[in-house]
Write a protein that binds this ligand. Structure first.
Ligand SMILES: [Zn+2]
Ligand SMILES: [Zn+2]
Length: 183
């Protein structure tokens, strides 16, 4: 069992916790102390820590999505292909058009998807997929090296899924990732 400090983030085992004596009250004028266990690094309170399935680091419960993945691992798992797979799956939270169409409108054309024509047709979606794949090819060409400065479509993809929505959008992607791993 691992624990994580709520104050400093230090991760430690049960054996490493340090006893700390704390003044509780006075009984018949005799001070009463209570022993409590604390973070060995800073003396702070701690919570149970859970291992991330991706990087195997330890995190507090509310730092893991689907109880399994830390935010960094979600970010790492998103690439051009996995986003396409996720956004066109029926688990994606993107509404009546598939997620690629919504992404192409929202991020590439900068048009609010609520103003989308009600074009859920196969041709429309295929056209959106073609635009997406073309933009991906451009991005791969432009940013062949990780150190190329500038604005990447890949960064847009990551923030579209993980940063622009709510916590539940992160959960959706984490659940999809878990299921993909189990397949
Ligand atoms: Zn600490
Ligand atoms: Zn991780």
């Amino acid at each position: 069992m691992y624990y994580k400090c709520l104050d400093c983030g230090h991760v430690f085992t049960e054996e490493e916790t340090t006893p700390k004596s704390e003044y509780l009250t006075k009984l018949d004028n005799i001070p009463v102390y209570e022993t409590r266990y604390a973070c060995p690094a800073c003396g702070g309170d701690y919570e149970e820590a859970h291992e991330c399935e991706g990087c195997h680091d330890h995190f507090g419960e509310d730092e893991l999505y689907d109880g399994k993945w830390c935010l960094n691992c979600l970010r790492d798992a998103l690439d051009y292909d996995s986003f396409f797979e996720y956004a066109t799956s029926n688990q994606s939270p993107f509404g009546y058009v598939d997620g690629i169409a919504e992404f192409v409108y929202g991020r590439i054309f900068n048009i609010d998807y609520h103003s989308l024509p009600s074009a859920g047709s196969y041709e429309f979606q295929r056209h959106m997929h073609e635009i997406y794949l073309r933009e991906v090819a451009k991005d791969k060409l432009l940013f062949a090296s990780d150190h190329t400065p500038g604005h990447r479509l890949l960064d847009d993809i990551k923030s579209w899924v993980l940063d622009d929505g709510t916590e539940s959008d992160r959960e959706d992607f984490a659940e999809w990732l878990t299921q993909r791993k189990e397949r």
